[in-house]
Design a binder for this molecule. Sequence first.
Ligand SMILES: Cc1ncc(COP(=O)(O)O)c(C=O)c1O
Length: 392
Amino acid sequence: MQEKSFNTLTVHAGEDLTENFGAVSVPIYTASVFAFSDADEGAAIHNYQKPGYFYGKLGNPTQDALEKAIAELENGESALAFASGMAAVSAAVLTVVKSGDHIVAPDSMYSTTTFFFKHLAENFDIETSFVDATDAKNYADAIRPHTKIFWIETPSNPLVKITDISAVAKIARENSITSIADNTFATPFNQRPLELGVDLIIHSATKYLGGHSDLTAGLLVGRKDIVEKARLETTKLYGGNIASQVAWLVLRGIKTLALRMERHNSNASVIANMLSKHSKVKAVSYPGLTVNQNHEIARKQMKGFGGMIAFDIGGIEAGKTLVNNLKVCMLATSLGGVETIIQHSASMTHAALSPEERLTAGITDGLIRLSVGIEDAQDLIADLQQALDKIR
Ligand SMILES: Cc1ncc(COP(=O)(O)O)c(C=O)c1O
């Protein structure tokens, strides 16, 4: 039989009709503890010599189904589910590094990941070199004797920058460095970094995988030796496990991932085109635009260009006027849901910083981040245009 297409995979990912009495929706196991038939079985399951469960925090069949699903979608050997994207980020990193080690990461990426790496330097003697990740050569130039991780985030948050995944993964492999990609923005529908050579992927499943802005979750997928080490060490020691109700919600979200991503891709593409021609918009960052600095790399590694757009509206007042006049797009800080969400960092998340401090964080005063939803594209364009018209 021919290999299943991604659309078919998303609908059936993680299912096991035999184990679950034919249940089409994976059951939610809420048990925090599992009983054994006798002491020998208890010992065998505890010591991972026999498949089974013993303590909810360390796994249950619902969590297993989600892990199986993401491993299938990302084409990974093994997967582990967490209570948030940051739990997946920290587990991935702490499984690979120890004090004295060094990380290379993008100078512009999800701000909490940046803060986490700075926290590791301040508290645990694990330093990070932050480099311009739009050029793979910068990763090579930053290598030190104790470099253990190349961190990749592409497209990046919030500037939607592109990193050449296979080029960075190749340099990592040649130098025995673990490469880890945050695939939250692209999702496995648009991009599969493991197939491009990285060792591990993390996801904030809070975004597109869940897809409905109603859960917080994270996933780690990739090389079995590292994922299983994370399961036995970081998850056990630091916690951060996913609740089975949430694992089930992510599984439900994944069933419609392909449909949603098709619409996110097509809506964002027409909106990015509209914005790039609008007189009030100073600059647009969307990998699908041919003028984009790394458009060719994006074309090579992505099937579609995703639902995230960054654009610059010139200044704080212009940004506020835009977001305050929108009727369909919602003003909020998350992304990846079915609804269109807009954020003006300078007047919201980064309002407390000075303009200079904002610039250091890569945030211009007119920067807008748009998470394009699955509404009708024409309604979104009309909404954005009427709000753009109000800018003087
Ligand atoms: C690219 C990226 N990675 C990781 C995270 C962290 O995810 P969570 O909020 O689920 O911890 C986020 C959250 O916005 C993100 O945008």
